[in-house]
Design a protein around this ligand. Sequence first.
Ligand SMILES: [Zn+2]
Ligand SMILES: [Zn+2]
Ligand SMILES: [Zn+2]
Ligand SMILES: [Zn+2]
Ligand SMILES: [Zn+2]
Ligand SMILES: [Zn+2]
Ligand SMILES: [Zn+2]
Ligand SMILES: [Zn+2]
Length: 430
Amino acid sequence: MTLGHEMGAGASCLKCKEKCEGFELHFWRKICRNCKCSLEDHDVQMDSAENKKVGKLFEDTKYTGLIAKLKTGPFPADKSHNVSLPSTEPVKGPAKMVTLEWAPPVTNKQLVVSYMELLPPEKRPVAGTAGAEYRKRQMARQLPEHDQEPSCCHDLSPGEVKVMQQYVQKCKNEALGVGDLKLPEEMAGGVAQSEGKEKSCPGTNSKDATGPVPGPEQGSKGTISKTGSAGGQKNPGGGSRTYLCYQCNQHMKEGEPAVYADRAGYDRLWHPACFVCCACTELLVDMIYFWKKDKLYCGRHYGESEKPRCGGCDELIFSNEYTQAEGQNWHLKHFCCFDCDCVLAGLTYVMEDIHPVCETCYMQNHAVKCVACQVAITPEAQRVSYGESHWHAEPQCFQCSGCSKCLIGQRFMAVKNKLFCSVECKKTHQ
Ligand SMILES: [Zn+2]
Ligand SMILES: [Zn+2]
Ligand SMILES: [Zn+2]
Ligand SMILES: [Zn+2]
Ligand SMILES: [Zn+2]
Ligand SMILES: [Zn+2]
Ligand SMILES: [Zn+2]
Ligand SMILES: [Zn+2]
């Protein structure tokens, strides 16, 4: 699978609307040639591509079985993911049937419903809503295919491919995981799953036996080893435990599911809405996380914690040679003009937002015109700006419209782009 130039081709841009003729992949930037927005800004139907991408990500990991489960959906007999959720538009209303585009891989449907209810409504992956759009966008943003798949990168040397493969294997071995949805009360039995075990089989070796009878319980309502009395959530003396979210440090509510991450150990847990990347604070899409030094990352930000990312092509840099400019890292060949792609090494460039542009493109596309002489102001030229108006900082441009006195360093008044040195000049020339 490659990020072929046909992928997403023609998809309309959600930002630019009809101004973009349709998505057309730039030959090395991961953006649209027509409107310069990213693929995620375009209305690409990528369900099958997403599945493939996630499948590829978990290939050769202990999660392979789980991913098979993810693909078939959490409810084997019910592939459509239909659940009943309280309506949220415009205010909380009665429950209605909705279709989820993704659901946590658990067999207990009630757990899925509770999980969805604990997410902000605009982030619930309900088909046809903003939440489904949010998920799609985050899928592209958090899990860039070119972070995992050398064939999706532009023009890697054999050496870079090798370094990349080692990096990908390392992140699969050490960091990658999928959140595990469980009721904290059910975990109280001291059931801990050992690392290296397939997640779909219940763990049997209890790490810390705080509860009385450790029993393998898997999201079913079957045999919950209740130890607390009713409402005893904040009552450790009563035998019930309190659970604090690792992110917000607030209590978990009894009966509500929590997200666990086996890389983090089962003594840590999160509110569903708190299972977020530490860098971008976005909800970890499909609960796919990367765990490093006691922190949760999305794929994009885990990658950036390990390797520099090129500001031009958005790929991680696996070569020792790269350049730093304007607070970003760049492949040497990718520090290019954002407008015409000419290589900028040794040339004058101007930053337009976060993108460097060459002087020629700057003058053509971005430079402001001097109000007085109507000539575009070069990037090197001294200028005077007043509100939205700009002048060459030269006596022949920045002068009084009445007496032609140079106004640089002087008090002046501006009336409809005309400058005056004094009330008198203003009166005589209006
Ligand atoms: Zn476009
Ligand atoms: Zn666009
Ligand atoms: Zn929390
Ligand atoms: Zn992130
Ligand atoms: Zn690059
Ligand atoms: Zn240019
Ligand atoms: Zn001028
Ligand atoms: Zn004057």
